[in-house]
Ligand binder design. Structure first.
Ligand code: HAX
Length: 469
């Protein structure tokens, strides 16, 4: 109880600390409002895309129908965050002295403020996060009360939802804040949620795999590396560097992917960031999405144990075909938008070559990369036979002792909420609407594309009814 009171006081104090951050966003909004008004006045009815029947049944793949200013996926170049490629971000974002990889605070500044951060800007975000660290005691109690075999993603999503009573935006809404100002308390929520993500991830890790050891942030460490410290790996400088790399790579990917879109849809109802982030995590927990990092590690471990080490190319092909022939996907390969090797895969591959060249699972990843594109291409149906971010991320974690494959997606979510929260603040600042696409039944689609298809269908059902009779 005392803990909760302490948490509330802390949130109130922090309201004052992000004024300059907030004002940098506010300063850009009048020009944005004019720009959007002009665009909509002149082009509200101009078509951007058309929707085919295949796309309606195929999960709306490739339909341009969302707006975000935060990031864009280019099929060849990969994710561009505020226009910067992964390699640019890794090269140019500010890093602390003697660190090999950037501070996540700098990336968050870029995502939220749309100005390339100085080291001072990056450190200012890191300080805002530091000041806001602390989980309410009841959240930890809640996590402890769950059955021990609960999936860590369930705990993660639950914990974010459980903190919803502290939402500044929900409170402001109930006090009657105007719609134009609503993004400000959302920014406050964004800082409070993101500040606590490594602490929450470490708390879940420790509860599940370290006998509930208390996660205690080190005030001298940055946001990303603090995760390493809080799970007892603070002395391992290479793992701290991996945490920094990981948190940059997974932070965002446009807002059409399942977790970002879920979170955007929920947020579009004016619900607060705790509700929308928790919802986004639930989508990330699906095996075709963020859970692919867990699934890849499991698949690689199964491969290793089947062949007692590194398989030959033909053994690997046989194992891959076995997966495909049992109706499963090859985890870590393919992508909804990308049409080449994911630069986030390449960045992690470079890390592995530098820090863990002899790791046996990394050597499996390498062999899979040699063989799998050919195997997938031969199926004739997969649009992108190349590896995505998840094809290697779990392997790197495994090398440093995060051997619990089910935990991989929590780290993914820790980083991804940076992007989702930035999308949400800007969607609110720009006044984007509640989402409400329309739906059709198959009969209506048949009637629209070819009325005779509908008649054929009626004949089929009449004749099958007759047979039954
Ligand atoms: N293994 C086997 N089959 C695959 C495949 C893979 N890795 N990737 C695509 N396919 C199949 C699809 O299932 C689809 O088959 P059907 O026509 O029988 O349904 C066909 O190839 C065409 O699919 P596509 O157009 O190339 O790809 P989609 O846009 O439909 O799907 C996915 C994109 C990422 C979901 C898909 O490639 C996949 O399931 N990959 C494996 C899981 C994975 O790694 N997911 C993580 C993706 C990155 C991410 O979101 N991280 O969070």
């Amino acid at each position: 109880m005392e803990n909760n009171h302490h948490h509330q006081c802390k949130i109130q104090q922090n309201n004052k600390n992000n004024i300059s951050f907030e004002s940098r966003i506010a300063a850009q909004l009048p020009a944005w409002q004019k720009r959007l008004q002009r665009l909509l006045r002149q082009h509200s009815s101009t078509p951007i895309d058309q929707v085919t029947v295949g796309q309606m049944y195929g999960g709306m793949r490739g339909v341009f129908s969302l707006i975000t200013e935060i990031s864009h996926v280019d099929p060849a170049m990969g994710i561009l965050m505020r226009g910067y490629s992964i390699d640019d971000l890794l090269d140019k974002l500010p890093r602390a002295k003697d660190n090999s990889f950037p501070l996540a605070g700098g990336l968050y500044h870029l995502l939220l403020v749309d100005q390339f951060p100085t080291l001072e800007d990056a450190q200012a975000v890191e300080s805002m996060w530091r000041e806001r660290q602390g989980l309410p005691g009841y959240v930890i109690d809640l996590l402890r009360a769950m059955p021990p075999d609960t999936h860590p993603m369930t705990l993660f999503s639950q914990a974010i939802l459980a903190m919803q009573p502290y939402s500044a935006a929900a409170g402001a809404y109930h006090q009657g804040i105007s719609r134009q100002e609503y993004w400000r308390p959302m920014l406050e929520d964004a800082l409070n949620i993101t500040a606590n993500l490594p602490l929450l991830a470490a708390t879940i890790y420790n509860l599940k795999y370290r006998d509930g050891a208390e996660a205690q942030p080190d005030p001298d460490l940055d946001w990303s590396a603090n995760f390493a410290h809080m799970i007892g790996k603070g002395a391992n400088n290479h793992y701290k560097e991996l945490c920094r790399l990981f948190m940059i790579l997974h932070a965002d990917q446009e807002n059409g992917n399942a977790s970002a879109h879920t979170s955007h849809l929920v947020s579009s109802t004016l619900s607060d960031l705790y509700l929308s982030c928790s919802a986004g995590l639930n989508a990330l927990a699906g095996p075709l999405h963020g859970l692919a990092s867990q699934e890849t590690l499991r698949w690689l471990l199964a491969l290793q144990s089947r062949y007692n080490g590194l398989p030959s190319q033909s053994e690997l092909e046989a194992f891959a075909l076995e997966t495909l022939n049992t109706g499963k996907v090859i985890p870590g390969y393919g992508h909804g938008v990308l049409r080449s090797t994911d630069p986030r895969f390449t960045a992690q591959f470079r890390f592995a070559e530098r820090y863990l060249p002899d790791d046996p699972i990394f050597n499996l990843v390498k062999r899979v990369y040699e063989v799998m594109p050919g195997v997938l291409q031969a199926t004739g149906k997969i649009k992108n036979p190349y590896p995505n971010v998840d094809a290697i991320s779990g392997t790197l974690q495994h090398h440093y002792g995060i051997t619990q494959s089910e935990f991989c997606t929590v780290l993914f979510g820790t980083s991804r909420l940076l992007g989702l929260s930035a999308h949400a603040v800007w969607a609110r600042a720009l006044g984007l609407s509640i989402e409400r696409p329309r739906a059709l039944t198959t009969s209506l689609v048949e009637d629209m594309v070819s009325p005779s298809l509908g008649v054929d269908q009626q004949t089929v059902s009449i004749s099958s009814n007759n047979k039954q009779n």
